[in-house]
Write a protein that binds this ligand. Structure first.
Ligand SMILES: Cc1cc2nc3c(=O)[nH]c(=O)nc-3n(C[C@H](O)[C@H](O)[C@H](O)COP(=O)(O)OP(=O)(O)OC[C@H]3O[C@@H](n4cnc5c(N)ncnc54)[C@H](O)[C@@H]3O)c2cc1C
Length: 378
């Protein structure tokens, strides 16, 4: 209803990359993490890293339906680590740069990110501040024509391989939401180091870093938009990140179900295939219904985005549902595999590990509930 042959053509291009360049390598990348410079260059050459971005910077200038088609196809990647690494580049680290960055910043960082020549990361979370973003401690003190950064960022997706991070820091001592600024901080600046590569439960194909900033001098022109508006820009940027989770989730969940159905159709227990057991068939029917609900909510959000409406309430609801749903479905599907579901040779184990982060990263379920309750006047 919402997609035509132009969307299908885009889907075919992405699916080819997923089927030939990504999924065949996923087992290896779970051991080593995906080589993002190589992968992003291939995707950039095909115009896949800036679907909605301005053609003036190499983007495709397409609308949110194309973006949704892109995310749905990325959802077929058999590992949330690489899905997350790509979404980081397209929906987490670059939207504020695109919307509020100066021409100079966009030329220097957005253009190469869209071309796949630079890897981007978003650095908000700190050891002492995650859900409570306004509690972050990294400081950006003005000194002449530069800001001096001091602090630590953690859980940063793509942080090891990134050429630059978009970083939120406190640029003024005053309390309140207008005390933060967002900066583009290139690797290689003196005092900027990857202090730790973090070992994780899942997302093994993606690198996650702790970053340390010790008197890092960032030129004033690397500030995105106005001083003091960084928190507001980041809250807007979060809506892109959280939206991206929705199509990837319902597509990934459906793939997990398809894979499981294939297994239970051939697995004979007590004289007949497991797929003939009504209790399992009904459980799957429930999941497919949930998936359809999330998909329709997502399409509703896209229609709202196309009208220029604020989607914070609906995106928060979708993000909350998607995390809950992914955990329930992968756990239930793993159960249907029996002992095979516990063996790492079975792909379901990767999904089981990977989806746990969906209720934490980019805003935990409880934070989504707070946003929803507040917006509903509760
Ligand atoms: C795989 C992965 C990738 C990530 N990538 C990035 C990245 O690229 N960049 C980045 O900046 N960050 C990233 N993060 C960090 C992520 O956004 C934070 O982990 C998340 O916001 C939660 O913050 P926290 O870990 O500090 O948990 P805390 O803030 O310490 O919260 C702990 C738990 O408390 C509960 N909680 C929080 N608030 C409330 C509340 N108001 N009421 C009730 N319960 C509550 C939640 O269950 C939460 O999980 C990533 C995290 C993961 C797991």
């Amino acid at each position: 209803m919402y997609f035509n042959e132009d969307h299908d053509a885009l889907r075919r291009t992405i699916r080819k990359v997923v089927d030939t360049e990504i999924n065949p390598n996923m087992d290896a990348w779970e051991e080593t993490t995906a080589p993002l410079h190589d992968l992003f260059k291939k995707m950039g050459d095909l115009g896949l890293l800036g679907i909605c971005y301005d053609p003036a910077y190499g983007g495709q200038g397409l609308d949110y339906w194309f973006d949704t088609a892109f995310l749905e196809e990325i959802g077929h990647i058999q590992g949330v680590g690489v899905q997350g690494a790509i979404a980081d580049q397209t929906h987490m680290a670059t939207p504020a740069l695109h919307q509020f960055g100066s021409e100079g910043l966009k030329d220097a960082y957005l253009r190469p990110a869209i071309a796949g020549e630079m890897v981007a990361a978003i650095a908000v979370t700190e050891p002492d501040a995650g859900s409570d973003v306004a509690g972050l401690r990294t400081t950006a003190k003005k000194d002449g024509d530069a800001y001096v950064l001091n602090g630590t960022k953690t859980f940063i997706t793509n942080g090891v391989q990134a050429d630059f991070v978009v970083l939120l820091a406190r640029s003024c001592e005053e309390p309140g939401y207008h005390s933060f600024s967002l900066f583009v901080v290139p690797k290689g600046l003196p005092g900027f180091s990857v202090s730790k590569e973090l070992d994780k439960l899942g997302w093994k194909s993606s690198d996650t870093a702790e970053l340390f900033f010790d008197d890092v001098r960032v030129p004033e022109e690397n500030r995105i938009g106005d001083e003091g508006e960084g928190f507001i820009y980041q809250m807007k940027q979060f809506q892109h990140e959280r939206f991206a989770a929705l199509p990837m989730s319902y597509v990934g969940a459906k793939d997990v179900i398809d894979m499981t159905v294939e297994y239970i159709q051939q697995r004979v227990v007590f004289g007949k295939p497991l797929s003939k057991r009504q209790v399992l068939r009904h459980r799957i029917a429930d999941w497919l219904t949930e998936i359809e609900c999330l998909k329709q909510l997502t399409y509703h959000i896209v229609r709202m985005k196309m009208e220029g409406l604020d989607v914070t309430r609906e995106v928060s609801m979708g993000k909350l549902i998607s995390g809950q749903m992914m955990k329930r479905i992968t756990d239930g599907c793993l159960q249907m595999y029996g002992g095979m579901g516990f063996m790492n040779e079975t792909l379901i184990t990767r999904y089981y590990r990977d989806v746990r982060a969906a209720s934490i990263a980019g805003g935990a379920d409880e934070v989504m509930r707070e946003v929803i309750a507040r917006m509903e006047g509760v």
